[in-house]
Write a new protein. Structure first.
Length: 360
């Protein structure tokens, strides 16, 4: 029977100060175990243990009742490795999630000085998401605000990105506990929060998105925690709330009025201007060259920069994105996959038809 070796196993050795783990034979490593070994500079070697090595493996957490006869128990859920007492014994938990590309945390990008590029996904289907996931964007933003997709669909779309180099941000439809905690639990790499208006909205967002003692987000064996396999991190990582990436939209007059307070929110990693709704709220819908709008956008740019916050903006096309990057913006969401498709086709069908008809 081949053993599986999970992140919790690595952490258990690490807590005992072991850097080089000696085992009789090489176990199957889950991708999280491999990542953790790498991060902690640890290694597994096979062969006889020197006298100083612990004789048995310090298993952090195993299923309480492993099947008899040496059968392999499947990890995941509260009944699995996550909360069982350290007890030693054979490693039997198996990771349920398929291995994906070894991407660094999205946080490393969001908090870097890299100019980020993404597009909205409006088609509620994993095939389109996966397809766009190979275009070279840093991320796609699954837009559940303006499209008919609920968490079940969004989860499948996020799963489809796992084998692409692209991250999955999710724009939730409204500010509610179900949407914020739910989208994080299904594994969104970042959340985009629309229609924020007041400091009360900001306080609610903080409460829903952060684990205690900062907020009241509930913990559970969700996809985010490998269905329970890696939920022990909630106990071992004192700074676990910092793994949550929150991007807040500035697209209302009220948000502009409260900007000095809003930019001080420490749990927000980036802001994002929605020029469509902002112009709508200002009574000048889609007048994108109106100085009232452009001055407001640049005021928001100045205020966020002064507070040391990164700022993104919606761009209608690639030229608009070039323009915003040149003005110091850190991230652009360049329209949507449907708009990009439409612009590739626009005029071409009619042009070819006219040519064919002219040649008759
Ligand atoms: C807006 O322009 O209102 C947006 O939300 C763009 O994403
Ligand atoms: Mg908007």
């Amino acid at each position: 029977m081949q053993n599986f070796f999970t992140r919790e196993d690595v952490l258990a050795y690490h807590q005992q100060g072991v850097q080089t783990i000696r085992l009789d034979s090489m176990p199957i490593l889950t991708d999280l175990a491999r990542e953790t070994l790498q991060t902690l500079g640890m290694e597994i070697v096979t062969g006889a243990a020197p006298a100083a090595q612990p004789a048995s493996r310090p298993v952090a957490s195993r299923p309480a009742a492993a099947p008899s006869g040496g059968g392999s128990a499947v990890g995941g859920g509260y009944g699995s490795s996550a909360f069982a007492a350290p007890s030693g014994g054979p490693v039997t938990a198996q990771k349920l999630t398929a291995p994906g590309l070894n991407k660094p945390a999205f946080r490393d990008l969001i908090c870097s000085d890299k100019k980020l590029m993404g597009t909205f996904i409006g088609t509620p289907h994993p095939v389109m998401t996966e397809f766009v996931g190979h275009f070279g964007f840093d991320f796609v933003c699954i837009d559940a605000e303006h499209n008919a997709m609920h968490l079940e669909t969004v989860q499948k779309m996020l799963q489809s990105l796992k084998a692409t180099p692209t991250y999955g941000m999710v724009r939730i439809p409204t500010l509610s506990y179900e949407n914020v905690a739910g989208a994080l639990d299904i594994g969104a790499d970042a959340l985009l929060i629309p229609q924020i208006r007041t400091m009360d909205d900001i306080r609610r967002l903080k409460d829903y998105s952060q684990y205690p003692p900062i907020g009241h987000r509930g913990s559970g064996p969700s996809r985010l925690w490998d269905y329970g396999d890696s939920i022990i991190q909630l106990a071992t990582d004192q700074d676990i709330n910092r793994t949550t990436n929150i991007v807040v939209q500035l697209e209302t007059v009220q948000a502009v009025e409260h900007i000095d307070e809003i930019v001080q929110s420490d749990f927000i990693d980036m802001f994002f201007i929605g020029p469509g709704d902002l112009s709508m709220d200002m009574g000048i819908f889609a007048q994108f060259s109106n100085p009232r709008l452009t001055d407001t956008i640049m005021l928001l740019r100045e205020k966020t920069a002064r507070a040391g916050k990164r700022l993104g903006i919606f761009a209608g096309n690639f030229d608009a994105a070039r323009n915003w990057y040149a003005k110091g913006f850190d991230m652009c969401i360049i329209n949507s996959e449907l708009a990009l498709l439409s612009s590739a086709v626009a005029g071409e069908v009619g042009k070819l038809r006219s040519e064919l008809e002219a040649g008759k």
